[in-house]
Design a protein around this ligand. Structure first.
Ligand SMILES: C=C(O[C@@H]1C=C(C(=O)O)C=C[C@H]1O)C(=O)O
Length: 491
C-alpha cells in the first residue's frame, strides 16, 4: 500500500518526484523520435485522500476543460483537468473512431512514478469525456460535439475502498522535437497547490449547502410549449397505433435565463447532497458546463464483468408512505409500464450476448426510489467470453438504448429526428471514461443541464408507448426536471 509523500500545505512535487517526472518525459520523447509519432507520457504519485469535489474545485480553473465524475457503482471518483490529447469524431462512426485512436495512442505510452495499484478500477492514464445523443451537433451545443474524449493533463482518481486512496497523475503527449524538461516543468507547475479548497460536505454529512436564488428572478421558456409537446405525444401514440414503432422517448427543453451567472460548484454540491446514489458528473469546456446526477448507467466493464442497467417506467413519489406505496403498486402492476421497461431489458440482453458467454438478469424489475420519481429497474450483467471487448465497443452497441431512443431503433429514431425538434446535444448521450485495457464506466447523461453564464438548458424526456397520456407524461417530465431546477437554485 503506497503511502502519500506530500505534507499538507507543502509542495506537491518534491525534487525526487520532479526528477522522476523528467525521466518519464525524456523516455517518451526518445520513443517519439524513434517511432516518429506522438507518445503519451504518464507519471503518478499517491496523494492524501481528498474529497473529489474539493479537488475539482481546487483545480478546475486551471484549464479550459475539466471533468468531475463520482460513480454510483462504487463511489470511485475522477477529476480530470486540461487536455494532453483530444480525440473527436463525427457521424455514425464517431465512437469507433475514438476507440481506434485511443488504442493507437495507448499502445506505446510511457508510464512512471508511483501509481496507486490498489485502485480497483481505472488505473493508469484515462480517456474521459462523452458522446452526444445523436450525431449532428449544432452550433448551440458546439462545445459538446458528437464525440469529445480526451486524455487529461492532470488526473486525480480516488476510491473509498479497499482503503481510501487518491492518485495524482500527470499526462502529456510528446512529439519527436519536444524538449522533455520543459514539458515536465509545465506539468509540475500545473499540479502545484492552489489555495486550500473550501470545505465540502459528503452527501450524508452536515447540513445541505446553502440555497442560492438567482436575482433578478429567472425567466423560463419551454421548448416546445407544454401544449405543443403534448400534441407531439399524441402524434407519437398515433404512429405507434399504426404500427410504425413500439416505443419512442420524447424529450423537451426548459431554457432559463437567470440574470446572474449560475454558481456551478454550488449546483454540484446540491446535486450530490440530494441525489447521493446517482452518478454525479460535470464536464466543462470553453465556458460551458454540462452537468447532472443520473440514476442510469449505460455500461461498466470491470475485469471480465459487464454491467448495464435497464431503467424505464416511471411513477411519482407520494407525499405520505401510503401514497408512495400506492404509486409503487401502479408502477409494478401496470402492463403498459412493464412493456416500456421490458423493451429496454431485452435490448440490453441481446447486445451483451454478442460478446458475453453468460448474461444474467432477474426475471422481474425492482423499484428504484429517487427523491423526485420512482423507476422500474433491472440490472443486466454479462461475463466476457473468449474474445476480449473494450467498453467503447459496448457503448457503440448499446447507445442509444430504448430507454432514451426508441424501439425498434431505426424507425423510432428516424421519427424522433424528424419530429422532436430538439438538439439534445449531450443530454441522453453518454459521459464517462475508459482505461488502457478498455475497462471503464459510462453513464446515460439524463437529469442534466447545459449551462453557460446565466443561461441554462434543462432537459427531460418520457418513454411513449401505446396508451401514453400526454398530461401524465408532461407531469412526469416536470418531476424529472426538478432536481436540476433545485440544484441551480431556481426552485
Ligand atoms: C428520458 C429520461 O428518463 C428515461 C425515461 C424513463 C421513462 O420514460 O420512464 C425512465 C428513466 C430514463 O431511462 C429523462 O430523465 O430525461
Amino acid at each position: 500500500m503506497p503511502t502519500p509523500t506530500t505534507a499538507p500545505g507543502g509542495p506537491l512535487l518534491g525534487p525526487t518526484s520532479r526528477e522522476a517526472l523528467r525521466a518519464v518525459c525524456r523516455r517518451a520523447v526518445e520513443i517519439a523520435r524513434q517511432r516518429r509519432r506522438p507518445v503519451l507520457a504518464s507519471w503518478a504519485t499517491p496523494l492524501p485522500h481528498t474529497d473529489a469535489v474539493a479537488l475539482w474545485r481546487r483545480w478546475r480553473d486551471r484549464a479550459d476543460r475539466s471533468l468531475l465524475w463520482e460513480s454510483a457503482w462504487d463511489r470511485g471518483s475522477l477529476v480530470a483537468v486540461g487536455a494532453a490529447h483530444v480525440l473527436t469524431g463525427r457521424g455514425t462512426g464517431r465512437i469507433a473512431s475514438v476507440r481506434d485512436s485511443w488504442q493507437l495512442l495507448i499502445q506505446d505510452a510511457v508510464a512512471g512514478g508511483r501509481p496507486v495499484v490498489t485502485l480497483p478500477t481505472g488505473q493508469g492514464p484515462l480517456l474521459v469525456g462523452g458522446f452526444s445523443f445523436a450525431p449532428g451537433a449544432t452550433a448551440r451545443t458546439a462545445p459538446f460535439p458528437d464525440a469529445l474524449m480526451w486524455v487529461p493533463t492532470l488526473q486525480l482518481r480516488s476510491s473509498p475502498a479497499p482503503a481510501p486512496t487518491t492518485e495524482l497523475r500527470l499526462n502529456a503527449v510528446v512529439h519527436p522535437g519536444d524538449a522533455p524538461d520543459q514539458i515536465a516543468a509545465f506539468l509540475a507547475q500545473l499540479a502545484e497547490h492552489h489555495p486550500p479548497a473550501p470545505p465540502t460536505h459528503r452527501p450524508s454529512e452536515g447540513p445541505p449547502p446553502p440555497r442560492r436564488t438567482p436575482a433578478p428572478p429567472a425567466t423560463r421558456h419551454e421548448l416546445p410549449s407544454a401544449g405543443a409537446w403534448q400534441d407531439l405525444i399524441r402524434r407519437a401514440v398515433h404512429r405507434i397505433g399504426e404500427g410504425a414503432f413500439e416505443k419512442v422517448v420524447l424529450a423537451r427543453e426548459l431554457r432559463i435565463v437567470a440574470g446572474t451567472p449560475f454558481d456551478i460548484p454550488a449546483a454540484v454540491e446540491r446535486l450530490r447532497h440530494t441525489y447521493p446514489d446517482a452518478t454525479l458528473f460535470a464536464v466543462e469546456n470553453s465556458g460551458h458546463t454540462f452537468l447532472g446526477a443520473t440514476p442510469e448507467y449505460l455500461v461498466r466493464l470491470s475485469g471480465r464483468t459487464v454491467q448495464t442497467l435497464g431503467l424505464a417506467g416511471t411513477a411519482p413519489r407520494g407525499a405520505t408512505p401510503e401514497d408512495d406505496a400506492a404509486f409503487e403498486r401502479e408502477l409494478t402492476d401496470s402492463a403498459k409500464l412493464r412493456h416500456e421497461h421490458d423493451v429496454v431489458v431485452h435490448t440490453l440482453r441481446d447486445a451483451l450476448r454478442t460478446s458475453c458467454s453468460r448474461v444474467t438478469a432477474p426475471p422481474s424489475p425492482t423499484v428504484l426510489k429517487l427523491p423526485n420519481v420512482q423507476h422500474l429497474s433491472t440490472a443486466v450483467d454479462g461475463h466476457l467470453g473468449e474474445r476480449d471487448a473494450g467498453i467503447l465497443e459496448f457503448v457503440e452497441r448499446l447507445h442509444p438504448t430504448p430507454a432514451l431512443g426508441g424501439h425498434p431503433k431505426a424507425p423510432s429514431l428516424d421519427w424522433l429526428s424528424r419530429h422532436e425538434g430538439l438538439d439534445r446535444g449531450w443530454y441522453a448521450g453518454v459521459v464517462g471514461w475508459t482505461d488502457a485495457a478498455g475497462r471503464g464506466e459510462f453513464a446515460v447523461a439524463i437529469r442534466s443541464a447545459l449551462v453557460r453564464a446565466d443561461m441554462a438548458s434543462l432537459y427531460a424526456g418520457c418513454g411513449i408507448v401505446a396508451g401514453s397520456e400526454p398530461a401524465a407524461e408532461y407531469a412526469e417530465s416536470c418531476a424529472k426536471l426538478r432536481p436540476m431546477l433545485h440544484a441551480l437554485g431556481v426552485e
